[in-house]
Write a protein of this length. Structure first.
Ligand code: ZN
Ligand code: ZN
Length: 155
């Protein structure tokens, strides 16, 4: 699952969307480094700030700014420069650790547990809402409510 979209031939305009907070970073020749994002081995792309910085032993293995703290003796820095961003182990990814959720996973989980195809879902919503605008308003109101709940939970 890659969130890298919008490649245009001959130029390399790309964009990254954080799977956790939804922040988007796009531009010409933007890589994960410029976007200040990382990618885990399961393809989750997220802002460096969400990284789980400690290992199982409780030791900091990523710095405050998200850089890996490595043992200089066993690291060939020139060869590995920047590559770490694309290979974050699942132990350091909040989505892989179920501390955060991927929208796409939520959607599929919902459809699977309700045994609904996307088409069946659309028909169901059509029967519940007059038109798309009213459905959109319903979504917005519901989101505001959940965001408020989420903020209160982290207080
Ligand atoms: Zn983010
Ligand atoms: Zn992950």
């Amino acid at each position: 699952m890659k969130y890298r979209v919008g490649f245009v031939s001959n130029s390399s305009s790309s964009s990254f969307v954080c799977v956790i907070c939804g922040e988007e970073h796009s531009g010409m020749d933007v890589g994960l480094e410029e976007a200040e994002m990382v990618e885990c081995d399961n393809g989750h792309i997220f802002c460096v700030e969400h990284l789980i910085k400690k290992n199982e032993q409780g030791e900091e293995v990523y710095s405050e700014y998200g850089e890996p703290i490595t043992n200089e003796d066993d690291e060939d820095e020139d060869e590995d420069y920047g590559e770490w961003r694309y290979h974050i182990p699942p132990a350091h990814c909040p989505v892989c650790q179920f501390q955060a959720a991927d929208d796409n996973d939520i959607m599929w989980y919902y459809l699977i547990t309700n045994n609904l195809t996307k088409k069946e879902w659309a028909t169901m919503i059509k029967n519940l809402h007059e038109n798309y605008e009213s459905f959109n308003q319903w979504l917005k109101a519901g989101r505001d409510k959940l965001n408020k709940k989420s903020k209160e939970a982290t207080k």
